[in-house]
Design a protein around this ligand. Sequence first.
Ligand SMILES: [Zn+2]
Length: 340
Amino acid sequence: MGLEGVEPSALIGGFLAECGGYAVVDGGFATELERHGQDLNDPLWSAKCLISSPQLVRRVHLDYLEAGANVIISASYQATIQGFEAKGLSAEEAETLIKRSVDIACEARQIYLQRCAKGCWDFPHGRKTTQRPVLVAASVGSYGAYLADGSEYSGNYGDLVTLETLKDFHRRRVQILASSGADLIAFETIPNKLEAQAYAELLEEENINIPAWFSFNSKDGINVVSGDSIAECAYIADSCDRVVAVGINCTPPRLIHGLILSIKKVTNKPVVIYPNSGETYNAEAKQWEKSEGKTGEDFVSYVGKWRDAGASLFGGCCRTTPNTIRAISRVLFDKASLDN
Ligand SMILES: [Zn+2]
């Protein structure tokens, strides 16, 4: 199924209806690469594997499809022309790798759907092939993710970074991803209002012809990480016709419920949420640290509440795994759980 050429709000509605009302997004991508032994302590982070282990990238997409994902997100989160050039690649090589991230996700989808057609594996929880659309979302990480200096989780870019800086930084990658064969662009972990505004303007100015979702991150459940209000950020997404869903990712599960309610006050667009495991990222040590209290198990127990608060797309971000996604799929699509 492709989303190109259809009126943006109709197509996301159609997709969700085909999925059964709710869609499952994949889980932590870099996390899964690390679980398979990759060292991602590198400015390119998960995008490093586009060069070193494209087969593993495809396998991780396949694992998430097998776990029940309806949306798989490409490995382009930290794949930037500027980042690849810093590694000594040419602009042309960088552009090829960015496009390749989407090709790999599309290959995984094709393999998966072929296996389904042959009946090689059953869908989880009795979902039939015909009820199982799969979209490929092209990931765009923030300017802070490229900087790899922690500003991805502070949203603080300093006074020198303007709207134009951000538009210029993102422009070429967004153009490449828009014509890559992806079904939509996932602007992920957006840390501040300025970057949301830059994305919205880019989508219009470049006449981007595939839809997008805007997903923000928060540390306090009230504002996005920079301190800008989630309502103002969601309003920017709501005002852009090309944006078909608005939400939150890479944010502790315990904050998600309130954030869904805040977003729902501003927009009627579907809400996408894919929290992290609840652990905290220590930017200095470049590692995730256990937080007091909730664990991954509690995460899944919240899904019904998030659905009741009005979210429509559910997945996981950093430190979640295919097991998390399998459990989310079970909560959403087991008849018994829905009736709870
Ligand atoms: Zn994350």
